[in-house]
Design a protein. Structure first.
Length: 438
């Protein structure tokens, strides 16, 4: 934990730092973990903390809760930052913790943004967690299943922390107006609706809520010891909303999944909304366009053959002109794919064929359809009996093209959705002709 210097006054700190909760009673939110009788609260109150990971979005109190544990626990507390610490620093601290253990003292090591540590750095903690030299508390905004070493994760209890509700943030802001550490030394005239607007703007992030309130108050109309907040001031301070998004994190995959599933569910309104969420948060339009191209064959396919053409055209438009102009091209493709008839027959066909291909990699190609560029190959009957379909009256032959072990296997099973009904009818005719001519 950092100590302030003699020259640093508390009033100079940001509002969020001044109002950082010091006790569980001051902590806002996470009632599912810290409510009366809840497991985590009991562990803290009874000083029975074990290694754990706090997983949740920014501004929900992960670091603050670790600070509260530090104040209540009877163990030494070391605050680590994954951004500034390397293996050398880890080993130094682990040696100190090992010395503490030999003298019967416990050490809690708090690692902020533990997902930023690479595998080697995370591995450095493992033996000390196993021996009980340290109690590790990690904080992460990323899914620990993907970002934390499996061996380390198995030795930690994961507590999922949730974004604060608008009601919880409104209560926090109301307290900031009255608390001496906040704006309690002045009268802030601000309607309840304005407080709620700031809370809604923060999108579940307490730090953002307090930062916004501080900006609003500092830009308010001052009359002596009174600060008046006008709707105009509030609007200026909340003119641009920062969307919750991390192009490399879980939310990235949540949003592209929402877009894909909205199109699959033929809901163009939802699809366009998720598209806008991604683009306005700074997502690469070419990434979205590639996923749209995939969707065109995976979920629409031959039910609407032109879907792939439109998806590829949208990708090319994104490549040519970029954002923000290409947003309308992506919207066109997304709406078209949402409304188009759906078929996953191509996706299922390849999946079934892939399984057989992987399980039967050594199946020989039938002689009749083998290439015979040499005399020896011809003597071995390569290509013997091959029929050139274009030379036949019906442009069809009854040749066996699958390996013997897979004769009769069907992969492409067309639906009757949209244009695919015509493909189904044609395929039924082909199969019937071949059955008659075998």
């Amino acid at each position: 934990m950092e100590d302030r210097t003699l020259f640093e006054q508390e009033a100079d700190q940001p509002l969020a730092a001044r109002l950082r909760p010091r006790t569980l009673e001051e902590f806002v939110g996470q009632t599912h973990l810290l409510g009366s009788g809840k497991v985590l609260r009991r562990l803290i109150e009874e000083d029975r903390i074990s290694s754990m990971i706090f997983w949740g979005p920014p501004g929900v109190g992960k670091t603050t809760l670790a600070s509260i544990i530090a104040a209540r626990t009877k163990a030494a507390f070391i605050n680590f930052s994954a951004v500034t610490s390397g293996i050398k620093e880890i080993r130094t601290v682990m040696q100190q913790a090992e010395e503490n253990r030999r003298f019967g003292a416990r050490t809690i090591v708090f690692v902020d943004e533990i997902h930023r540590f690479n595998k080697a750095q995370q591995d450095a903690f493992l033996p000390f967690v196993e021996k009980g030299s340290i109690i590790l508390i990690g904080a992460t905004t990323e899914n620990p299943s993907f970002e934390v070493n499996g061996a380390l994760l198995s030795r930690c209890k994961v507590f999922v922390m949730k974004a604060l509700t608008t009601e919880e943030l409104t209560a926090l802001l109301a307290r900031a107006r009255k608390d001496p550490r906040g704006f309690g030394d002045r009268e802030v005239k601000m309607s309840p609706d304005m407080l709620e607007a700031v809370a809604a703007f923060a999108n579940g992030d307490a730090r953002t809520a307090l930062l916004t309130l501080e900006m609003v108050v500092l830009n308010g109309d001052t009359e002596g010891n009174t600060v008046v907040i006008t709707p105009e001031t509030l609007e200026q301070c909340t003119s641009k909303k920062s969307l919750l998004y991390d192009k490399k994190g879980e939310e990235h995959y949540n949003l592209i999944s929402a877009l894909h599933k909205s199109m699959r569910n033929s809901d163009p309104d939802a699809a366009v909304y998720w598209l806008a969420r991604m683009l306005e948060a700074g997502e690469d339009p070419l990434y979205i366009a590639r996923r749209v191209v995939r969707f065109a064959s995976e979920d629409v396919g031959l039910a609407e053959p032109h879907a792939l053409e439109m998806a590829v055209a949208a990708y090319q438009a994104c490549h040519f002109i970029g954002m923000p102009e290409c947003s309308v091209h992506l919207t066109q493709a997304v709406v078209h794919l949402s409304i188009a008839p759906k078929s996953n027959a191509l996706y299922l066909a390849y999946g079934a064929a892939r399984e057989d291909a992987l399980n039967q990699l050594a199946e020989p190609v039938p002689l009749v359809i083998r290439n015979a560029p040499t005399r020896l190959m011809k003597e071995l009957d390569y290509g013997k009996g091959y029929e050139y379909a274009h030379d036949t009256e019906d442009k069809l032959t009854a040749m066996q093209c699958l390996p013997d072990s897979l004769v009769g296997r069907e992969y492409y099973l067309p639906t009757e959705q949209g244009a695919e009904a015509r493909y189904k009818n044609r395929l039924d005719q082909i199969k019937a002709w071949k059955e008659r001519h075998r």
